[in-house]
Design a protein around this ligand. Structure first.
Ligand code: LIP
Length: 308
């Protein structure tokens, strides 16, 4: 079954579906008081999340009725990712941003085979940035750019850029020179919250205080777009525990096809599973990736614990 998947055809369908879903997202009018919460008041969902996922399921099942589907809004607790070709969908990644009209929002779509992503598509309908990757074929950002010049003004046109955006990324030289994407997530008490905020303090703190004095921490609210930012080389790393396979599956492939690496968000795991719920992503670099992973792991204040 795995060898019969036409990755290009799946890619083209996911791009088409992402654009149509993006129109649904961009034209919606979410309000804080019409959103509902799941686990707590920071774990939000809207009718648009559900409507988009319903549209995606219909569009994918029509073309690939035999493939499995794993989506955030239809997920049944305990359902495990299998070796079968499986579409993984986060209809709106960055739902909190969506509700607050903060434009760091996307739909994230992936096809996984043998539990690893082989096609990934992430689309931000507000910026119209489309991130795509096919296994062993590289990853790309298609974005609108002005094509005019002093002599020939012209409209905006889409341009497809290979990732990372710098053709020759700089070496990684340790946490003290790193811009780090992190997320609070929706757990705001308990063990995992304690590990996170102690680690954030360690990362940001001054060297003389025992800290790592990173350049800064960025919490942008979307795991998928965080992985795209690492793939593009715009942040050096992204660390999170508690998000899910649908948050990271597409971004994982976009990251690795751009030369980045994904390791476990807990120390010591060099080959994590897509649904392990603990992630540390490192940008492409000619040197320093392994050293940065080990330095970051040494800075984590404990081990995060999540059930899949
Ligand atoms: C979000 C993730 C983010 C995490 C949030 C939330 P959602 O996904 O992208 O990384 O910190 O808690 O899970 O819920 O917006 O699809």
């Amino acid at each position: 079954m795995a060898e019969s998947v036409n990755h290009q055809e799946v890619h083209d369908l996911l791009v088409e579906v992402a654009r149509k879903a993006g129109d649904m997202i961009a034209t919606a009018q979410p309000h804080i008081n019409t959103s509902s919460s799941k686990k707590n008041s920071a774990d939000l969902v809207t009718e648009t999340d559900k409507a988009v996922e319903k549209f995606v399921i219909g569009a994918l099942r029509e073309r690939y009725p035999d493939y499995d589907f794993l989506g955030e809004e239809t997920y049944v607790p305990g359902k495990q990712l299998t070796d079968k070709p499986t579409f993984i969908c986060d209809p709106i990644d960055g739902t909190t941003n969506f509700i607050h009209a903060f434009p760091n929002v996307c739909i994230s779509l992936a096809l996984c085979v043998m539990r690893m992503p082989v096609v990934g598509v992430i689309y931000n309908p507000y910026t119209t940035h489309m991130y795509t990757a096919i296994k062993n074929q590289g990853s790309f950002l298609t974005m609108p750019v002005r094509t005019d010049s002093p002599t020939s003004p012209a409209p905006i046109a889409p341009r497809k850029i290979r990732l990372p955006r710098k053709q020759h990324p700089e070496p990684l030289t340790g946490l003290q020179n790193a811009l780090c994407a992190v997320e609070w997530g929706s757990d705001r008490s308990g063990h995992n919250f304690e590990v996170k905020h102690r680690t954030f303090t360690k990362l940001a703190g001054a060297i003389e205080e025992g800290g790592k004095m990173v350049h800064s921490l960025r919490s942008m609210g979307s795991a998928a777009l965080n992985l795209c930012a690492v793939a593009a080389g715009q942040v050096d790393l992204y660390w999170e525990g508690g998000c899910w396979a649908w948050d990271v599956a597409a971004g994982w492939l976009i990251l690795t096809e751009a030369g980045g690496i994904m390791v476990d968000g807990n120390p010591g795991g060099w080959t994590p599973a897509v649904d392990c719920r603990r992630y540390l992503a490192i940008r492409a670099a000619p040197s320093g990736q392994k050293e940065l992973v080990e330095e970051f792991w040494s800075a984590i204040e404990g081990r995060m614990e999540y059930s899949s």
